[in-house]
Design a protein around this ligand. Structure first.
Ligand SMILES: [Zn+2]
Length: 283
């Protein structure tokens, strides 16, 4: 396959600005229901942006969001996109016992399938919270009917990561078929650098990110897995008081540039849904 025809996976983690893990110490879960939601208008902008280049993507959606924005979920599916699960209420897997995790992933899958009317095959853990200490979660996903996960990030980071994990799709449990599809990293100076979105994509100038992805496509001949959040294209979101400088910087930096950069990605690369790129032919 020539590099120009390599399809990369475009993915969106569907959650609102007050649900990010870094804000959890400042925003009590009980207050979520009384906050002004901005996810729906942001998702509609994303759907319009993807339509400009007829890009199909995968939307890892929280059950909490789907329950309150069923019409939005139906518009995602009607647009030809893949609906996948981001769990119910953005509870990190590292904070859950196995029976709690099971309930979380079963409940969110059932609701999304109910609203979307299509099978939900994929799961992405909140804050990439599956790693070497809780690989049992992959067995729970398999038993709950998921076919792939995108939850183990092979980098070193202060909040998550399993740097020794493989960089490309693999079967982490030899006893079953669940595929792990990690967010894209690039190996430079014997370290894995995040190259598939997140805060770094907003931090670095766009040509750096483009170079990283081109290198992956051309030199390694691999599909990239890119992710972003609806709140990242929303500079008008309410500012959270009381948070530390590092969290503030990570959350708010370059929000006004993000939409243009996502548009540039849709222009510079080929994109598709996770299930079509990684599952087809593997059944
Ligand atoms: Zn998330």
């Amino acid at each position: 396959m020539s590099a120009a025809s390599i399809r990369n996976a475009m993915t969106i983690d569907v959650e609102d600005y007050f649900q990010v893990s870094a804000f959890a110490p400042y925003i009590p879960r009980e207050s979520w229901a009384s906050r002004v939601c901005r996810v729906e208008s942001n998702i509609d902008r994303i759907l319009a942006l993807l339509d400009e280049k007829e890009v199909k993507a995968t939307f890892f959606t929280l059950g909490w969001i789907a329950e309150r924005h069923a019409g939005m979920v139906r518009r995602i599916v009607a647009g030809g996109h893949e609906l996948a699960s981001h769990g119910w209420g953005h509870q990190r897997v590292t904070d859950q016992a196995s029976h709690e995790f099971r309930e979380d992933v079963v409940r969110s899958k059932a609701l999304l399938e109910d609203i979307g009317g299509q099978a939900v095959l994929g799961y992405r853990a909140p804050s990439f919270s599956i790693g070497r200490h809780n690989l049992w979660a992959l067995d729970v996903l398999e038993e709950s009917g998921y076919r792939y996960s995108s939850s183990i990030y092979p980098i070193r980071h202060d909040h998550y990561g399993m740097p020794e994990a493989p960089r490309f799709p693999y079967h982490p449990r030899p006893q079953h078929g669940l595929l792990e599809v990690p967010i894209t990293t690039l190996q430079l100076f014997q370290r894995n650098f995040p190259a598939g979105g997140g805060g770094y994509f907003r931090l670095w100038p766009y040509p750096v990110s483009r170079w990283l992805l081109q290198r992956l496509n051309h030199r390694e001949g691999r599909s990239a897995i890119f992710y972003f959040h609806p709140w990242e294209i929303d500079p008008g979101q309410p500012r959270q008081p009381g948070i530390g400088m590092k969290t503030r910087f990570r959350h708010y930096y370059n929000l006004d540039r993000m939409e243009g950069r996502i548009r540039a990605l849709t222009r510079d690369f080929q994109w598709g849904r996770m299930d079509r790129i990684f599952l087809e032919g593997s059944a």
